[in-house]
Design a protein around this ligand. Structure first.
Ligand code: SF4
Length: 301
């Protein structure tokens, strides 16, 4: 009986995963160069260049990743409905279909420019903040339990600030409201910050690098290998930073033979930096390094 149930469980699980994967729409419409999007603000310019010129990604989002995306969409819509019910006015869509488009111009070269577009989560108009009436750009993010404590130590992530600040600049909003939803407990946290001109400027600069690189060679890498640290101690190895380990173009497209994939139980690759094709040091076992916890933390964040 037990074996039969297990077999059926697997059957249903595989069927459900196949159902998600059947709805995957990873193929891009049209031909390169693909347009840049405001949602990419703050990302590595080299990664954006690979996307723009249609480089083949090293991996497709699996069924679990697709479920995470859909859950994120549902959380967005739910929070936006709550903002409406709370009486806020402005541009508050409750589904992707209702989202309005904003655009900015990015100048590059001698006399060229490209339009970069995107859809902000919401814009609240005429909100009273400290006795002043302002327009507020809303950025909604859902995160896992492991990343939650980091928010309270460090505040909103740099690329979230970059994205919101570009939208806010395009929509004439002087404030940005960051709403974080914790997927494990359904807790919500909010930060109201001034629109960051510097963060928006850094995003502009990243897009400009992508556009100025043309079609032949990508811009420089934005990241370098870092010392691997486990439980507060250096392992003596160098690894790619988490931004690269989660990049679809890390291996072999961006780093080639200079890194070796080092799979973890968490299902995400960790890339060990190597010298002349030789790994600097053999990977320690999970028990030796305790790195399962570290990789889970990186995934959730
Ligand atoms: S692997 Fe790292 S440096 Fe290379 S494109 Fe991706 S994020 Fe950028």
């Amino acid at each position: 009986m037990t074996n039969w149930r297990r077999a059926q469980d697997r059957h249903f699980l595989q069927a459900i995963d196949a159902g998600y994967e059947a709805a995957r729409s990873s193929k891009r419409v049209g031909r390169p160069p693909y347009p840049l999007r405001i949602s990419s603000a703050g990302m590595c310019p080299r990664k954006l260049w690979y996307q723009r010129w249609g480089a083949e990604a090293c991996s497709e989002p699996d069924a679990k990743s697709l479920r995470i995306f859909r859950l994120g969409d549902a959380i967005h819509d739910d929070i936006r409905r709550a903002l409406r019910r709370a009486g806020f006015k402005g541009d508050i869509p409750t589904s992707k279909d209702e989202e309005s488009e904003l655009s900015i111009e990015v100048a590059f070269g001698d006399d060229e420019s490209e339009t970069v577009t995107g859809h902000p989560d919401a814009i609240l108009r005429d909100v009273e903040v400290d006795g002043e009436v302002v327009d507020v750009l809303v950025e909604i993010k859902s995160i896992g339990p492991a990343g939650w404590p980091y928010l309270f130590k460090e505040g909103p992530k740099e690329d979230h600030i970059a994205q919101a600040s570009v939208y806010a600049t395009a929509a004439d909003c002087t404030k940005c409201l960051y709403i974080y939803y914790q997927k494990g407990t359904s807790e919500v946290a909010c930060w109201l910050l001034d629109t960051s001109v510097e963060a928006a400027q850094r995003a502009w600069e990243g897009w400009r690098k992508v556009l100025e690189a043309g079609s032949e060679a990508p811009p420089e890498r934005a990241y370098e290998p870092v010392q691997e640290v486990m439980q507060g101690c250096s392992t003596g190895r160098k690894v790619l930073p988490w931004q690269c380990s989660y990049c679809d173009y890390a291996h072999p497209t961006c780093w080639g033979d200079s890194v070796t994939p080092d799979p973890t139980k968490a299902g995400k690759p960790r890339f060990v930096h190597s010298v002349n094709g030789e790994a600097v040091k053999p990977a320690p076992t999970r028990a030796e390094s305790g790195w399962e916890a570290a990789s889970v933390q990186a995934e959730d964040w």
